[in-house]
Design a protein around this ligand. Structure first.
Ligand SMILES: [Zn+2]
Length: 141
């Protein structure tokens, strides 16, 4: 998924590290000068649904069951820029589907979690019984 570069830093080896607006970092990025004019990169860590480090939970939804899943979650929707979701399935199975076709739908089972990257269209679907909630995270400076 395309992400904006928000900052550059250099690691101990002098290599450039780009910080992205999804909170992932891109090691061995090209230098800021070479990157000039192109402030977006494709973030493979977002496509892999990799939850970034250093985030803080600030909100969570009520617990939903198969019959009480809000319509908004059953249709394609996104979290805001800077907000990650973490789906916690307590019981049963929840199917988690992305609009981006190269991301395989995931069956999240009881006791498992799955990450929802910012601004990435997705929806959920219950084919049997399920109990789950979603927790929201952001980077709090
Ligand atoms: Zn990312």
């Amino acid at each position: 998924m395309k992400r904006n570069i928000v900052a550059f830093s250099q690691n101990q080896h002098g290599h450039w590290v780009a910080e992205l607006d999804c909170y992932h970092t891109l090691n061995d990025a090209v230098s800021p000068t070479a990157q000039a004019g192109n402030r977006t990169v494709n973030c493979l860590q977002c496509d892999a649904l990799k939850f970034p480090e250093g985030l803080t939970a600030y909100k969570k939804t009520p617990t939903f069951r198969e019959a009480s899943i809000p319509k908004g979650l059953r249709q394609h929707h996104t979290t805001k820029l800077g907000t990650w979701g973490l789906i916690h399935v307590l019981d049963g199975t929840l199917t988690y589907i992305h609009e981006q076709e190269d991301i395989t739908p995931i069956n999240i089972k009881a006791g498992e979690t799955a990450a929802v990257p910012p601004c990435m269209p997705h929806h959920v679907h219950a084919s049997g019984t399920v109990t789950f909630f979603v927790e929201f995270y952001k980077k709090i400076p």
